[in-house]
Ligand binder design. Structure first.
Ligand SMILES: [Zn+2]
Length: 280
């Protein structure tokens, strides 16, 4: 989900919080079978229907990422909703303090953001590893609590990652759709990563847009790029890093894509292409 920061999107806050509440009661729900019927935007390119499925030859690109270190942060966690005290703990985020972590949002049918981010992250990791990259995820499963946002950033820092991404699905007003990338603004510690992160953001934006056919966000950002100084995961990073809100889970059309396993594979392949383009 997108953390509210006031301004023109204030109308989305109530819905966002509503989604949070719903998430607490229905997290972990399975994708509706109907969602799996969502067709990719173009025929013939989707491969693999499970995280353990094959990696398509066109996405593997040989061993082009050999020697590269990539950290993937699957947003939220399955145990967060049942541990409100732990995730409400305040942590330092570079320019103030913030909750350790949040529960995330879900679709109207109850497919949770944490399950979505976990699935896409593992699909992406599998592709990147097949291309020779060393990949680390910031959490080990989808049933735990946290880690806190500052720790999620620390994983990338300690790995000296060449690039890092935090994967999310948004919980905005249902009328808005499309994806967006969030790039860091300088808050001190992260000043050196602002420029390379913008380059990473552009590479991922272009690859995701052309690979999935998902529209640029209709409700914020400029050509699917937003920049923020209130996210601990970006503020505390010392390696190039962006967030992606892969779609708006509260929007019916985006939700149909996000609940489709074959479409999530397409998302992962598109993001892998973006890393390839950035790291080449
Ligand atoms: Zn999120």
């Amino acid at each position: 989900m997108r953390i509210q920061r006031g301004g023109p999107a204030a109308a989305g806050l109530a819905l966002c919080l509503g989604a949070l509440a719903a998430c607490g009661g229905s997290s972990g729900g399975k994708a509706s079978p109907a969602g799996d019927t969502a067709a990719p935007p173009t025929a013939g390119a989707t491969t693999g229907t499970s995280a353990g499925g094959p990696v398509s030859p066109e996405s593997s690109g040989g061993r082009s990422l050999a020697g590269k270190v990539i950290v993937i942060d699957p947003g939220h966690n399955g145990g967060n909703a049942s541990h409100p005290r732990e995730i409400a703990k305040q942590v330092y985020v570079g320019n103030g303090t913030k909750e350790c972590d949040t529960t995330g949002t879900d679709t109207a049918s109850g497919y949770s953001e944490h399950a979505f981010t976990w699935d896409v992250s593992n699909r992406l990791a599998k592709i990147l590893r097949s291309q020779g990259a060393k990949v680390t995820l910031t959490r080990k499963n989808d049933t735990g609590v946290g880690p806190c946002v500052n720790q999620r950033a620390a994983v990338g820092n300690e790995a000296h990652a060449d690039a890092a991404i935090s994967i999310h699905g948004d919980g905005a007003a249902a009328s808005g759709h499309g994806f967006h990338i969030i790039e860091p603004l300088a808050v001190g510690k992260n000043a050196k990563i602002v420029a390379p992160s913008a380059k990473l953001g552009t590479a991922l934006r272009d690859a995701y847009h052309s690979g999935t056919g998902i529209a640029y966000s209709t409700y914020l950002g400029t050509k699917a790029i937003d920049r923020r100084s209130d996210l601990g995961g970006l503020n505390m990073s010392t390696v190039p890093k962006v967030f992606i809100e892969c779609g708006n889970m509260r929007n019916k059309g985006d939700a149909a894509k996000m609940t489709s396993a074959s479409f999530r594979q397409r998302m992962a392949e598109s993001l892998a292409k973006g890393f390839q383009n950035y790291l080449k």
